[in-house]
Design a protein around this ligand. Sequence first.
Ligand code: GDP
Length: 476
Amino acid sequence: LELKPFQLLSDLMERGIFASMNQTIEEDIAAKVAEAHGFELEIRHRGGSADSGDSKKKKEQEDESALLEPRPPVVCILGHVDHGKTTLLDTIRKAKVVDDEFGGITQHIGAYQVEASGEPLSFLDTPGHAAFSRMRERGASTTDIAVLVVAADDGFKPQTDEALKFAKKAGVSLIVAINKIDAKGANIDRVKTQMQERGIAPEDWGGEVITVPVSALKGEGIDQLLEMIRLQSEIMELKAVPKGKSSGVIIESQIEQGRGPTATILVKKGKLKVGDALVCGTASCKVKAMHDDLGKAVKEAGPSTPVKVIGWSDAPESGSTYETVKNEREAKRVAEETLESRKKKEEEDRLAAKSAGSNLDDLFSAIESTRKTNFNVILKADVHGSLEALTGMLQELPSDQVELKVVGKGVGMITKKDVELAGASDATIVGFNVRMENGVQGHAKHLDVRILQDNIIYQLIDIIRESMAELLEPEL
Ligand code: GDP
């Protein structure tokens, strides 16, 4: 691809894949990366009996393709803040879900399914907060169709362009929903002109992008939008094997009182069943129970179906993939092995970093880093997704003189243990949308540990930025 390794790694990172230099990536990801850089990936399997492994694999693939069946599309909604993403997600859900079935209590599990002309469509219902760009990128990489919301009274904005970029990069189909057509100052033609300027001309202007004017607030155009999504997915001929061991993606995970760690899973292939043994990174699971987005208990889930799964040993990382294994023991073993190898790798990386300096770039950055003041932090957040978003945003905070180092992070409330760790590593605790365990404040005072907290991510980042700046002020 004529890319420097770090460019490729950051490209993958934007797709939610945190790969190392010599890691194997999946074929479809490789194809998408290649395409994003103007290449087409062709995979040639060696024929003949010389390599029985390859021919076996080919046979398996052939067997598998015979079992493929149509699957629902996975749709995500992207766009600028306040352009109506949340309202649109709510309106679609309300319009299409028979919600009196469960007393109208809909559960936000990170994704939901609705029907259009009798066909199911799955929507990712990720937090619409503007700051969670990382999650939106990830949303785009598990998605087949992205609906780009543009407010008719405001037009394209920086985040609209950013979202468009993600969607293009992830190689997903694009549908534009021009929202707020009921609002004063709404100008549909202006949005269409802006689309044309960006090389995504609408269909009715001779381009290729399906464009639907809607009012999420008034419920106008929603049926048409859903119908367009359904048609688009039909054209895409989305398929998956609906039987056998399942695998898929973690949409979000959290630790719930009384339930322990739970995770919303989107099945990509196979059939997920109660009683299955799963493994995802360092977390394992014996599926105790599953619930759909209406809180209804379900026994199994097929491709593109979101379900909340109970029975995890630990909250798995959102965006990562899970696999089904033989039994619970096997799941635990694989999870432990992963933990061990991660630890080993961290240690190797640490040693490698120590002996760095073999080339000029490393040398310069080593010199540079010795000049920096360290700002160690321990991050705590409510859910995995926000923890990752926060980590990402902090790593992007520019500073020539202060180096921010994440020395620990986790999901859940701030505990005394965190305070002790912070005391030992001279770190500041940063909490996003979390509470403190009883007695934490006193303990922190005693150990001279600072705790920075906020429920609004932008404000939290500002507070951290200020604290970093304080480090540079000369002591009087
Ligand atoms: P998000 O930040 O993209 O999730 O946007 P929200 O869904 O929170 O909407 C932002 C504001 O726009 C809210 O005050 C909504 O009531 C309003 N809004 C959303 N859709 C429409 C619409 O179709 N018409 C009008 N007039 N207002 C809307």
